[in-house]
Design a protein around this ligand. Structure first.
Ligand code: UD1
Length: 369
């Protein structure tokens, strides 16, 4: 069986790494790893390959940034000759980024089977580009590998036949469990001058939160207020960094707040260590809602919806909405609670560190020659 994996953006790497590893010890399996180059900075890409012990990509498409149409089109044009040459038995794509739908769309027209990792998640918010990418990728896929039971329900409700759906659990948690001991050995907290359970960790990068100057300003204003309660560490996504640079008055004001540290993006292990040690996490990311649930760390999500409801029903996540005024009261409430309150969470079903083995079995059963 020849498996061709496509990765492109930061949240893909920790989902594909365990699958590459599990398949590498399966007999008769050949693998090709294609990096689209959607994320290209050392801190957005290379460090993840090192931290996750991933092999270097066999093919790098180097598409870089652009509008959604440009980025998607560039991946499509660049990947078509690769798929034609490699003729894989199955294409494996993960998550909901532009590289995911672009690769799936091309493979589908070439008659190549597609397996979608992290299938079935739905925010039902069509203003999110990721929702478009998810729904369409699932529709094109021959195998929808779901991380939680709600994924199966969503797919069945959309008419995806049951035989195309396999509930395998959350493969990102395979990476988390494997890396946690190594992450804990690192000096990540001390390097930032932080002590265990003594800080809030914040990530913000959704266009809906950072692309509008007014929302960006009130969010960071609220973070500055939060920093009066507890030290705040905020690794900045390039998009957020660029938007802050466009507002020098805000950037200067934040620079004066000594308890609020804006830093460069972190690698996988350092970020994992900092999530693990945080008193609370504030985010608009998808994956971080899941990782905090697996770690039992309270998470406040700055979005109006989530495609990951199991992190609320079973985990430590709370949907705060996008109004920055809600941050202060919610954080105060959390900080007033006992330390034990955040965790240990109920770990969702099959978030057990063995999802990649189940994915390997599914792929072999369906796509081996
Ligand atoms: C993408 C995903 C999003 C995911 C996020 C994680 C889509 C539609 N969105 O959003 O789901 O949560 O990745 O980070 O695919 N840039 C750099 N260096 C890089 C990469 C990007 O400077 O290595 C800058 C560029 O100016 C670019 C901007 O960041 O325009 C945004 O990058 P892009 O890949 O378009 O989307 P993300 O916001 O990262």
């Amino acid at each position: 069986m020849h498996v061709l994996h496509v990765v492109g953006a930061r949240p893909n790497f920790m989902k594909i790494a365990p699958i590459l590893k599990a398949l590498s010890s399966a007999p008769g399996v050949r693998q090709t790893l294609v990096h689209t180059g959607q994320h290209y900075d050392a801190k957005m890409s290379d460090v993840f390959f090192q931290d996750l012990g991933m092999p270097a990509p066999d093919v790098h498409l180097g598409v870089g940034s652009g509008s959604h149409a440009q980025q998607t089109a560039k991946v499509m044009l660049a990947i078509e000759p690769v798929l034609l040459e490699k003729k894989p038995d199955v294409l494996v794509v993960a998550g909901d980024v532009n590289s995911t739908i672009a690769a799936a769309l091309v493979a589908s027209k070439l008659g190549i089977a597609i397996a979608h990792v992290e299938a079935g998640l739905r925010s039902r918010d069509w203003s999110m580009p990721e929702e478009v990418n998810r729904v369409l990728t699932d529709r094109l896929s021959d195998l929808c590998l779901t991380p939680s039971r709600d994924g199966d329900e969503n797919l069945r409700a959309e008419g995806i036949p049951a035989e195309k759906i396999a509930f395998v659990g959350n493969v990102m948690i395979d990476s988390l469990r494997a890396a946690l001991p190594r992450a804990r050995e690192r000096n990540a907290l001390a390097a930032q001058g932080l002590s265990p359970r003594g800080y809030a960790l914040v990530t913000l990068h959704r266009p809906s939160n950072v692309d509008q100057p007014a929302q960006l300003q009130s969010l960071f204003g609220a973070l500055a207020e939060l920093a009066e309660l507890i030290p705040v560490l905020c690794p900045l996504h390039p998009r957020t960094r660029a938007q802050l640079s466009a507002n020098p008055a805000l950037a200067a004001k934040l620079g004066l707040q000594s308890n609020l540290k804006l830093i460069e993006p972190l690698g996988y292990l350092d970020f994992l260590a900092l999530m693990d040690g945080a008193r609370l996490v504030l985010t608009d990311s998808g994956g971080i809602q899941e990782e905090t649930t697996a770690l039992g760390v309270p998470c406040l999500t700055l979005r109006d919806n989530t495609e990951r409801p199991v992190t609320i029903s079973d985990g430590t996540n709370r949907l705060l909405g996008s109004d920055p005024a809600r941050i202060g009261p919610a954080a105060r409430e959390l900080l007033a609670g006992s330390l034990a309150e955040g965790g240990p969470a109920r770990i969702p079903e099959l978030w057990d560190g063995h999802a990649a083995e189940r994915i390997t079995s599914e792929l072999l059963a369906r796509f081996a020659r």
